[in-house]
Design a protein around this ligand. Structure first.
Ligand code: NAD
Ligand code: ZN
Length: 370
């Protein structure tokens, strides 16, 4: 399946299907400006898929060179950015040579930032291999790295020539990573696609059992949703109801992650899963959302064994610490916080008018310690 992403100055396809890596030569030859690529990948993905990709590219005469980085969030850093760009420049890159990201969101963000900035922009292709990167980070054009001051603080918008979302690669993904990516799919449904959420209720278990058809359907729907949002608000300028909505569950989620120091004990998607529940709990607490909708969200996450509440975690969270992270994240004004809330399933909206006391109450009802 080809899903077109249409933006103001460019458009590209997200190709979703099985065994795409083994057809990468044929799929990429028509879009590459030159039959030469540098592949950036990580140490978990390389042994599984790199050889297959290089062979497939060679079939249509595309020559490739590959660079490997360690797996994990720490790789998205200035030092690794410097190592990669040094290596690329040392080998004398040409302006029309493409950078190919083969891996999850870490590789995609880092390789994308290398592509965005080297020679002021090299052509770029994404081959996302995690569920999260297939439904979220590979679509939208955001690239970047972390600094000691926080996550994703250096970055650029750089749209790819093409995205190949090969759902066959998800067969080797650890279950926890699969669950984390699935949380972002549920999020898409909750933001603005009730039919997608209803589909999740019916087929979510098959997705987490790595059923290839269910995975392909899930990726298609979530990518289509993200592509619509991104097309409407390419650079996050429509504060009211564009890309900002993609942060449903994320203000809470980021606070939980930040409190653990982003050390991998809680995956981003796991934090988002809890954050989605909290966003609905807060919406109900403020009288903006029917309780039945919150219960439906809860039931779905719990039925699949996903993290749903702060009390489910084996770490202690203190309310004030979480509040501090949210205030840093969102710049509280006059004791009020901005949030993405929901009037119901598929009806998210942004507001700047949430009293801090309501946020505290919701956190403590969920298991945070006063
Ligand atoms: P990740 O890239 O770290 O991948 C998770 C783990 O799975 C890694 O250990 C990786 O080596 C391994 N892996 C990848 N593919 C595999 C496969 N097919 N089989 C087995 N193992 C595999 O993490 P992620 O969740 O994909 O991405 C998270 C990153 O994405 C974060 O840095 C986040 O900031 C970023 N992100 C970016 C955007 C954006 O719009 N650019 C959006 C959301 C998230
Ligand atoms: Zn997210």
């Amino acid at each position: 399946l080809r899903l077109p992403v249409t933006l103001a100055h460019t458009s590209y396809d997200v190709v979703i299907g099985t065994n795409l890596i083994s057809r990468a030569g044929a799929l990429l030859a028509p879009v590459l400006p030159q039959k030469k690529v540098v592949i950036i990948t990580d140490e978990n993905v390389a042994p599984r898929y790199l050889e297959q990709l290089e062979a497939a590219l060679a079939e249509t005469g595309i020559t490739s060179r590959s660079l490997r980085v360690p797996a994990g969030e720490q790789t998205k850093c200035l030092e690794m950015y410097q190592k990669l760009t040094d290596n690329i420049l040392e080998h004398g890159i040409e302006r029309r040579t493409s950078i190919v990201a083969l891996g999850g969101g870490v590789v995609g963000d880092l390789a994308g930032f290398v592509a965005a900035t080297t020679l002021r922009g090299l052509p770029f292709v994404q081959i996302p291999t995690t569920l999260l990167s297939q439904v979220d980070s590979s679509v939208g054009g955001k690239t970047g790295i972390n600094t000691r001051w926080g996550k994703n603080l250096l970055g650029a918008f750089h749209q790819p020539l093409c995205v190949l979302a090969d759902v066959s690669t998800l067969a080797t993904l650890p279950r926890r990573e699969l669950v984390a990516g699935y949380a972002e799919i549920v999020k898409s449904g909750l933001i603005g696609d009730e039919a997608l959420f209803a589909w999740c209720e019916e087929h979510g278990a098959a997705v987490l059992d790595q059923d290839p058809e269910a995975l392909a359907m899930a990726v298609q729907q979530a990518c289509a949703f993200k592509a619509r949002v991104v097309a409407a608000d390419e650079r996050e300028q429509q504060k009211s109801n564009g890309r900002a909505l993609l942060n449903l569950g994320h203000t809470f989620g980021h606070a939980l992650e930040a409190e653990l120091g982003y050390d991998g004990r809680l995956l981003h998607g796991e934090a988002v899963s809890i954050g989605l529940n909290l966003a609905f709990a807060l919406s109900v607490r403020l009288g903006l959302c029917p309780r039945a909708d919150m219960e439906r969200v809860n039931r779905h996450l719990e039925a699949l064994g996903m993290p749903a509440h702060i009390r489910d975690l084996s770490y202690t969270f203190h309310t004030q610490a979480l509040m501090d992270h949210m205030q840093r994240d969102k710049k509280m004004q006059d004791g009020r916080l901005s949030f993405v809330l929901a009037h119901g399933i598929g009806q998210a909206f942004t507001t700047r008018d949430v009293p801090a006391t309501a946020v505290r109450e919701v956190l403590e009802a969920d298991g945070s310690v006063a």
